[in-house]
Design a protein around this ligand. Structure first.
Ligand SMILES: [Zn+2]
Length: 299
């Protein structure tokens, strides 16, 4: 028996049931309707009931099973996934405010903090290198620097202390917050930094791990397909040997420790240790010696 025959048989069955129902209703209301019920011969062409076997062929319901429950939301396998609260606007021994004077590269900045200029290295991450010592920049090294500039340059940030306090180069090792964003994790999330091996044991391991996972899933930056290597212009060595104080006008003052130079009138100059001060007559002299301009006084 073809499918169309089954359907038409089913329809005929329903027609028959409908007709019988109408007849029954008419019978119930019989007191008011005296017409004779329609003769059963009105459906002479109906298929005999004995040949109607549609039900055994319906196999949909017997095999229907309840749909599987939706999968549980993905669980995070990070050590801690609790959102990190934004820093309160009050300084603590472990957290101080600082002004970002300059961005050195993706993971290093120069800040003014308690009147001192300090180089700060972000904890737990590594950004690709910018060109230095005649070495060309790593892939995305300059882009990481540009992103760091967008995130923190000229801003007041919070520096979160951890151990160790400084690295072998004398730089402060810090967690750096801009508003409620942990910059260390944000650079990872945006695909401009790798996690260092010590990130796993750090206090923000969960946040860092989640950030790296997001960057990897989205194929951002360092996780995108590696481009065909293209020759990059090599920057001239940015650092010169020991800076030397020069005689003459002191229109600009450099800090030999941070390698940042300021207008002589900048408040940072007044706080600078005398031994670190280097005088320049012009900003070009300072730049030629490898100094970067302060982002606050903009010399
Ligand atoms: Zn300045």
């Amino acid at each position: 028996m073809g499918a169309s025959t089954q359907v038409s048989s089913g329809l005929r069955t329903r027609q028959l049931i409908l007709a019988l129902s109408v007849l029954a209703l008419v019978g119930c209301a019989g007191g008011r309707d005296t017409r004779a019920p329609a003769a059963p011969t009105a459906l002479p062409t109906s298929t005999p009931l004995s040949s109607l076997t549609p039900w055994p062929t319906y196999t949909l319901y017997p095999t229907w099973t309840a749909p599987a429950p939706p999968p549980p939301p993905p669980t995070c396998d990070c050590p801690t996934c609790t959102p990190v609260p934004p820093p309160s606007p009050t300084a603590t021994p472990e957290r101080v405010a600082a002004t970002v004077l300059a961005v050195v590269d993706g993971d290093t900045i120069v800040v003014s903090c308690d009147g001192r200029e300090e180089r700060v290295r972000y904890l737990a991450i590594d950004c690709p290198e910018v060109a230095h010592d005649e070495q060309p920049a790593d892939w995305l090294g300059d882009e990481a620097t540009q992103m760091n500039i967008r995130l923190v340059e000229g801003q007041t940030v919070w520096l979160g202390q951890d151990t160790p306090d400084r690295d072998a180069y004398g730089r402060l090792l810090r967690w750096v917050w801009a508003n409620d964003t942990l910059i260390n994790a944000e650079l990872v999330r945006l695909g401009y930094a790798y996690l260092r091996s010590n990130a796993e044991e750090s206090r923000y391991a969960g946040l860092l791990h989640t950030a790296e996972h997001e960057a990897q899933q989205a194929l951002r930056g360092l996780w995108a397909a590696t481009p065909t290597p293209t020759p990059r212009p090599t920057r001239a060595p940015s650092l010169t040997p020991a800076p030397t104080a020069t005689a003459g006008p002191c229109n600009y003052v450099g800090n030999a420790n941070s390698m940042i130079f300021h207008k002589a009138s900048c408040s940072s100059v007044a706080k600078m240790a005398p031994g670190n001060k280097v005088c320049f007559g012009t900003r070009e002299e300072a730049i030629a010696q490898g100094y970067r301009a302060c982002k606050i006084c903009k010399p």
